[in-house]
Structures are given as C-alpha cells and as structure tokens.
Design a protein around this ligand. Structure first.
Ligand SMILES: [Mg+2]
Length: 302
C-alpha cells in the first residue's frame, strides 16, 4: 500500500510535461499542478507541498525567480525544490543549487531517473520531518518540549498582536513533587508526570491550544484568543481532570492527592512584550499561588 500523504507540486508551462510527470509520480504522492510561476507561488503557499518539481523556463517568470520567492517566505522556505530543465548548462545548474534547489531533472524525461530522484527526495523529506518531530517532543510525556515551546510562544505572541486578541500563558508546577519522588521513587514520579500531561491533553481541545513540558515537573500552556474567564474555566477543568486521576500523595501538604499550582498571564494585543517578560510574569504569579497554599490558580492581566 503506497503512502500518498506526501504532496508534490509539479510546475511546468507545457501541458505535455505536466502529463508525463503526473503519470510517473501519481502512485508515489498526491500531485498538484501549476502552469506558470505565479500559480506555483500561490499553490505552494496554499498547499505547502513537500516537494516542488520546478520548470526553469516559463513565460511569466523563471524557475529561479519562483524559488527565490519560495525560499524567502518563512511559510514556504522548507519546501524542497527539484529543478526541471532542458538546459544542460553547468552555470545554470550552479545557480539553481545556490538558490536552494536540491536537485535537477533533465528533459526529455527518463522515467526511471525521474522516479528514482523524486522517491529519494521524498524519503529524505519524510525522515527529516520525523527527526524534527522527535526533536520537539518531550521523551517522557510525549507532549511538546521546551524547544518547541520557545517557537510557539514567540509565534503566538506575534499572532496575538496582529489579530488583536488576548492570549493566555500559564506556568504550572506539580505540588510537592520532590516529596513525591523521594517517597514513591522516580518510576512512580515519571508515571505521575505522564498523568499530569494526559490531564492537559484531555482538556485542551482547540487546535491552537498548546502544552509543553517546561522542565522537571513544570509545564506551560498557551491559549490563544482567551480572556481571564475562559482561562480560569480551562485551568479549573485541568485541575478537575487531574483530581479525577486521584494520584495518592501522602507527603503533600496541599492535599492527599497530587495537585498543581498555576500562574497565568493574560497578554493584551496592544502590548509589545517579549516571551521572556511573559514567562517572568507567569513565574511570579506561580510563586504567589504556591505562597497562598498551592493547589490553585493565580491569574492576572499584564
Ligand atoms: Mg517550460
């Protein structure tokens, strides 16, 4: 069974070429077509293909101009580009690689070579994606890690400003976790952290809601388009989901079960604020929540 989850954008101004490439590749990937440079850029942004087969010579703009646009846009810059050309000119070839192309395919097409080259690049792209995903996941809990969090927090702060919304950022600490580990052992501690992560996943259902393991027993959640009331509701539901797991913690001074403390900040859209500022503020509120006896949320608008 072929995996057609990968997308290839074929860009060629000549219909006959598009047809040949389609016939060669339709069993290997989902195929999208563009018949000129402008359409290529438009469809690349819209579909975010894994790979583009890009004709060098087209009437409206050259493949070189197209790749410059693709590689200068943050959204499309990771699309791999194979140039398709009849020119066997080493200067042009060099230029294509300099601009970020990953390979060349020559016309007239030799079926085996086209398929072999495209398959090799699709495999590389797949492996790169998998590595990238692993690099951004926390190995214990399977949720995002700190590295991914840094990217998402910066992106969401920028989006919040642009979209004139409110953004909630909450820092969470498991109460008396050191006592838990000391008394029940690290294996039990790991299992408890997994259950805490599961509680977040159960409650955070909107596509852009985000949770990461921030470090040790600390977590961070980001809730785009959320005000104080909405954030309180979600955090209360997380606390409830965790309470339902009834993880016994006889060495906690906050409860007989494992609980969390939360410091949450609401960022208004008109604020220019750095991720470090947001985290520092959330950390302060978290500290207050602990001072107040733990197992609670302290939330403020920045
Ligand atoms: Mg052409």
């Amino acid at each position: 069974m072929k995996n057609l989850s990968q997308k290839v954008l074929i860009v060629d101004d000549e219909k006959a070429n598009r047809k040949i490439l389609k016939e060669l590749l339709q069993d290997e990937a989902t195929i999208i077509f563009a018949k000129n440079g402008a359409q290529a850029v438009e469809l690349a942004r819209k579909h975010l293909p894994d790979l583009m087969l890009l004709d060098v010579i087209m009437p409206d703009r050259s493949g070189f101009e197209v790749i410059e646009e693709i590689k200068s846009d943050k959204k499309t810059m990771n699309i791999s580009v194979i140039f398709v050309t009849g020119l066997a000119n080493s200067d042009d070839e060099e230029r294509g690689f300099d601009l970020g192309g990953c390979d060349y395919i020559y016309k007239p097409f030799k079926a085996n070579i086209v398929i072999a080259r495209v398959m090799m690049h699709l495999e590389l792209i797949k492996q790169r994606k998998m590595l990238n995903e692993v690099a951004h996941l926390d190995a214990l809990t399977g949720i995002s890690n700190r590295r991914r969090m840094d990217i998402v927090l910066a992106d969401e702060l920028a989006a919040n400003k642009r979209d004139h919304k409110k953004l909630a950022v909450a820092l969470i600490d498991v109460d008396y976790f050191k006592h838990y580990n000391d008394h029940y052992g690290h294996g039990a501690g790991d299992a408890a952290l997994k259950k805490v992560a599961t509680s977040f996943r159960e409650v955070l259902q909107r596509p852009r809601d985000f949770v990461a393991r921030y470090g040790g027993e600390e977590f961070l959640i980001i809730l785009p388009d959320s005000n104080i009331e909405g954030t309180q509701l979600i955090i209360n539901n997380v606390m409830k989901a965790l309470a339902e797991k009834a993880i016994k913690h006889e060495y906690s001074l906050a409860s007989e079960f494992l609980t969390i403390s939360i410091g949450a900040v609401i960022v208004e859209s008109d604020q220019s604020i750095t991720p470090a500022d947001v985290l520092a503020k959330a950390d302060k509120l978290l500290y207050q929540a602990k001072e107040n006896g733990r197992n609670q949320l302290v939330i403020e608008s920045l």
